[in-house]
Design a protein around this ligand. Sequence first.
Ligand code: SF4
Ligand code: SF4
Length: 327
Amino acid sequence: MNRPATVYHAPLTAAADAETVSGRAARLVDAVLRDLDLPHDLPLAYHLQDHNRRRAEEQFLGWTVPVLDGLRQRGHALTTLAPAAAPQGDGVGVPLQDAAVPFVSLARDAHDAPGLLIGLRLGCHPRSGLAGAVRATALACASADGKRALQQGVQPRIERTVCGGCGMCVTLCGNDGVRHNGHVAVIRPETCLACGDCLAECHTGALKFPAGGGDVLQERLGAYAAAVVRGKPGRGVWLAFLLGEPLHRAVNLARAAALPDLGVMAAADPVALDLAAAALLEAAAGPGWAAGCDPDHGPARDPLAAVREAARLGAGVALAPRIVTVG
Ligand code: SF4
Ligand code: SF4
């Protein structure tokens, strides 16, 4: 009954100029829209923010603005989803049967949007495995309460006796997730998104993730993504970039460097996009690519656990996707 989903892929390297990257991105999104056959006036809510990588925003926007222009020309009215860290009190509860999270809280604008466009930079994350379309969907569409629920218990901890109080983590964090109390740094559970960027900056090793939190987070991310997709079957587009990461990610260069350039990918199925990304990463770098997703615990943990959970809950097709190369 299930057939493989199609993922469009434009192989590019960091040597490609912004015009080439954005042109390919627009072509890939066009291809997805043709397959979906969406009504031309279907309003789309979009999220094209690079989570916690604000210093890389300019480049990311350069790649994606032409995509938005193309959508407007097709007649789609576009609205933006609230940024990841914005306070937002109006969550909509969505029950989920058979999920580790039986109830998710989505942002109202994401929940009510007739269609979605989610743009992201592909990456690896020590807590959430492959940082792909499933993760981006969950983080873009969770309400403020939902984001707190996602991160609960998986945020980094600070060993007070080890913290030198340098404040580097405070300066780095774009989410006000950690503050200085005059002596040492203190995580703010209400705003910290557990992205882990501050861990790479801490020279004393005072910041650490709690053991086992990654598995919990991946289950939750899969459930949130499934809740979003189930509400808009066949009305979402995912657009992912992976190129030039070592040069353009502000932090965690060692982790970013573990991934080779893939170029641009687009699909109407976030699960298929992530599975295609994993397959292409494996083809380019061997199974060792996944080690970058969990540098503290080795490659044994499944970097696709969130993707598999999302697929199990109906967010997409778990079969190996059909990858169509677009030159
Ligand atoms: S993990 Fe660190 S950098 Fe990320 S949001 Fe929390 S405090 Fe900020
Ligand atoms: S970077 Fe590390 S040592 Fe510096 S304030 Fe933050 S936790 Fe403390």
